[in-house]
Design a protein. Structure first.
Length: 444
């Protein structure tokens, strides 16, 4: 505790770090305020009564957790940052199959700016489309026969104004996320999702307490479940930070066929190079059936599809796991290019012992990366579908969602990445950080 307090004091001693931290907290405060501002025209009291009768054990409840309750509040930030993530997925997938986007990815900084601009345009289009679905769903909600949108308010103007407000709010959140990344601490988009998930945690704990208080579950079972959660968190940290090191030898002086004064360095290959992005990408895709249901709330086929893609359904778990495994490899291929690493080593006179520089080195690194990514992708998939199994122990829907990668990996990943960034800035200024002495930091 003393070391923690000392580290916090060190943070506020560094002016730049203090400014960045306060700026980040201010932006996140705005995000939480926006999650409680109800859309104009929606009766907040009737909405509260309607939401009290709505089940959270579905993907709508999971989506609501991502946006920190803004969806159930019919707030201006109801869409959260998910349209931006969906647009990013589409652009990155197009980069793998469309030559125009492949060319942009190879153009360096200018290409990156163009891709960012296209992603923003895509965010606006997807936000408007989803906002339209939200308005249709709002029309279908009622409490005791009273609609949450009064009949005199319903109509074209309410739909249009809601679409404009929700779309503008999403673009504003996207901008705030970029500002955090540039001027604050950590990854802005991930932190916005993180703060929404954390906001739901007290409500989930309260639901668990009520189950114990009413005698629906014993205290011993609850302690076992909490111990299991701690075990899962520890496993997440160990596996996601695990590495495989490849030795690389650099020759200082070559005389004939003999090498003198060589040095050995290592390339750290992470078991989970992709981080939490496969979870976020896959979850965005799994929201599609329920998004379509919002357009056709009375359609029997769409209701059947939504039931099959409920997060406790077997089909949902299977499809979700497959998509996570795919995106783990896909994002790893984007984040780490073996060919670029091999070419860089060759230019610097480095080589892997026993492997020829160039193409063979690239194939060797790619082979190792593929092998260590496989267990990492399976682990991500397993943790992500844990809520489907935990819910069978009479765990409340809100609390069960915290057992899955959808929330757990995001929380752990964001905390570790943010602490590492703070730690790096402290160490640069000769202060002890949060992670002094941790093995996984030294490996990185």
């Amino acid at each position: 505790m003393q070391k923690l307090l000392e580290t916090i004091r060190n943070i506020f001693k560094v002016e730049e770090l203090r400014t960045r931290l306060l700026f980040t907290l201010f932006i996140l405060f705005i995000v939480r305020v926006g999650a409680h501002i109800t859309l104009p025209g929606v009766d907040a009291k009737v909405l509260s009564d309607a939401m009290a009768n709505q089940s959270t054990d579905n993907l709508f409840g999971l989506y609501d957790m991502f946006v920190g309750g803004a969806f159930s509040n019919a707030a201006i930030f109801a869409l959260g940052i998910m349209p931006y993530i969906s647009a990013s997925i589409i652009i990155q997938l197009l980069g793998a199959v469309v030559p125009y986007f492949q060319k942009l990815q190879q153009e360096g900084e200018e290409g990156r700016k163009k891709i960012t601009q296209l992603t923003r345009y895509g965010t606006v289009v997807l936000s408007a489309f989803q906002a339209w679905g939200v308005t249709i769903r709002l029309y279908s909600l009622e409490a005791n026969g009273i609609p949450i949108v009064p009949p005199e308010v319903q109509g074209f103007m309410f739909t249009l104004s809601s679409i404009i407000i929700l779309t503008s709010a999403t673009v504003f959140m996207m901008w705030m996320g970029e500002q955090i990344t540039e001027r604050g601490i950590g990854n802005g988009i991930s932190l916005i999702i993180f703060i929404g998930i954390i906001d739901r945690l007290p409500y989930a704990v309260l639901d668990e307490y009520q189950l114990i208080a009413t005698g629906q579950r014993g205290l011993i079972v609850e302690i076992i479940l909490l111990a299991f959660l701690v075990l899962v968190i520890a496993s997440v940290i160990l596996v996601t930070q695990g590495t495989r090191r490849i030795p690389v030898e650099y020759a200082k002086r070559v005389v004939g066929k003999k090498v003198y004064g060589g040095t050995t360095q290592y390339i750290p290959l992470r078991v989970n190079t992709a981080g939490v992005m496969p979870i976020i990408f896959a979850q965005s895709i799994m929201f599609i059936p329920n998004t379509m249901l919002s357009f056709f709330p009375e359609n029997e086929f769409m209701q059947s599809m939504a039931r099959h893609f409920d997060y406790t359904a077997p089909l949902y778990s299977i499809v979700y796991a497959i998509i996570i495994i795919f995106f783990t490899y896909f994002y790893t291929a984007i984040a780490f290019n073996p060919k670029d690493v091999a070419d860089s080593m060759k230019r610097q006179g480095g080589f892997v012992p026993g492997i020829r520089p160039g193409k063979q080195t690239s194939e060797f690194i790619d082979n190792i990366l593929t092998k260590i990514t496989l267990p990492g992708s399976f682990f991500l998939a397993l943790v992500a579908i844990l809520p489907a199994f935990v819910s069978g122990f009479n765990v409340s829907g809100k609390f069960a969602q915290f057992y899955g990668g959808t929330s757990l990996l995001i929380m752990v990943g964001v905390v570790i990445d943010t602490m590492q960034q703070i730690n790096s800035m402290l160490v640069m200024r000769h202060y002890d950080g949060f992670m002094k002495g941790n093995k996984f930091v030294r490996r990185r």
